[in-house]
Design a protein around this ligand. Sequence first.
Ligand SMILES: O=P(O)(O)OC[C@@H](O)[C@H]1O[C@@H](OP(=O)(O)O)[C@@H](O)[C@@H](O)[C@@H]1O
Ligand SMILES: [Mg+2]
Ligand SMILES: [Zn+2]
Length: 177
Amino acid sequence: MKLLILDRDGVINYDSDAYIKSVDEWIPLPGSIEAIAQLSKAGWTVAIATNQSGIARGYYDIATLDAMHARLRALVAEQGGEVGLVVYCPHGPDEGCDCRKPKPGMLKIIAEHYKVPLAGIWFVGDSLGDLEAAKAVDSQPVLVKTGKGEKTQAKALPVGTLIFDDLAAVAAELINN
Ligand SMILES: O=P(O)(O)OC[C@@H](O)[C@H]1O[C@@H](OP(=O)(O)O)[C@@H](O)[C@@H](O)[C@@H]1O
Ligand SMILES: [Mg+2]
Ligand SMILES: [Zn+2]
């Protein structure tokens, strides 16, 4: 199967240093909804792995997070596509969980769900932790320059990281090649 895994904040929607705390603050980046829909219609399964420490920090609750993801699913469905499994880490940085990126726990959950190996699977993110999580399980780290991506690009990236302007460019590459 053709599986693509996406980070959420800074890849699908605008990110904020103040966290994305409500559905109203969850605003898709230009072309991201269309990109997910086009990938889906081209036979790709698009899953999401997102750190959501705002839950642990008390900035928003699970119901609000679920409402953001319902909105994402509705917008993609309006374009004829669908969103696959969404996995989030609700923990804080000091809780020592196995799912918070750069740990690859969420990627492993997604791979287990779809019964596919993670080797070579593209994981698209805007933060170094996204790329490190991919590298940890031999997935393909893919950096987009949206969200924190331009800042991340200035750091030492995992060897072999692919770089694209945005999710739309990633989708065009996957669909056309
Ligand atoms: O990019 P994804 O994984 O979808 O989500 C990132 C968010 O959970 C938040 O992650 C926080 O990092 P800390 O969790 O505070 O280290 C900050 O970077 C926020 O700006 C950001 O909105
Ligand atoms: Mg991000
Ligand atoms: Zn976690």
